[in-house]
Design a binder for this molecule. Structure first.
Ligand code: AMP
Length: 228
């Protein structure tokens, strides 16, 4: 199948991608980056890497990242502002996981204004919470060989047991329903005002997050073709 093209391919795109956990937001950000030549700025990736390297930023962020809580606005605002104040600042980009709150959005807009950069669109990936719970809680793994299965897309031959070790599969805390529901609650609570803010500014475009990776990508590109 031919790859969807932007009618104005090569046009300067400055995008923010917003979506709940479990919608493949990071994957879409990487595709947009690769195919449209945008710099991908994923705050989750940057923070996880900082934690891994145990840098000063990583040391401050670790307690939050490890517990899946939001890193304080000031810290993440400064991290992003710093990227945009450098001489090699990105001119066209896709933000993945930032801004996440109204306060972050305000800080980011100020940074962009100072740099004379305007936003093209904020893409909101919309998915039903029940669907996300079904997707994320379907993942099970073998405690011995660590193979992961998914009850919908990659089920074991015998339900609940590892194909190779024949022992009961377990579910990581991250994939348990209470954890997933709590992450979704937090997502809605923290992004609500920000989404409203971008909607009022006429920058928000909603994209259905159902289907495979290429379908969602095509939905995004179709929406971008309409963006002013
Ligand atoms: P993610 O991969 O986007 O889910 O991010 C992983 C973790 O990084 C989150 O659970 C937060 O602890 C932290 N994080 C990433 N982006 C932000 C942000 N914009 N604001 C606060 N914390 C963030």
């Amino acid at each position: 199948m031919s790859r969807p093209r932007l009618s104005s391919y090569g046009r300067v795109m400055r995008l923010i991608l917003v979506g709940p956990p479990g919608t493949g937001k990071g994957t879409q950000a990487k595709l947009l980056s690769k195919r449209l030549g945008l710099t991908h700025i994923g705050t989750g990736d940057i923070l996880r890497e900082a934690v891994r390297l145990d840098s000063p930023l990583g040391q401050m962020a670790r307690p939050y990242v490890d517990q899946g809580r939001l890193v304080p606005d000031d810290l993440v605002n400064e991290l992003v502002a710093d990227r945009f104040r450098r001489n090699d600042r990105p001119d066209r980009f896709v933000m993945d996981g930032y801004p996440r709150t109204l306060a972050q959005a305000a800080s980011f807009e100020k940074v962009l204004e100072d740099q004379d950069l305007n936003l093209t669109a904020v893409i909101l990936i919309v998915t039903d919470d029940g669907e996300i719970v079904r997707r994320l809680t379907g993942r099970w793994c073998c405690p011995k060989c660590k193979t992961t299965y998914h009850v919908l897309s990659n089920p074991p031959r015998r339900a609940g047991y590892c194909d190779d070790d024949n022992i009961p599969l377990i579910q990581r805390v991250d994939d348990q329903e209470t954890t997933v529901r709590e992450r979704l609650r937090l997502y809605h609570e923290t992004t609500r005002d920000m989404v409203q803010h971008f909607r009022r500014r006429g920058l928000l475009y909603e994209v259905p997050g159902l289907g495979d990776i290429e379908t969602i990508y095509r939905n995004i590109v179709a929406i971008l073709n309409q963006a002013k």
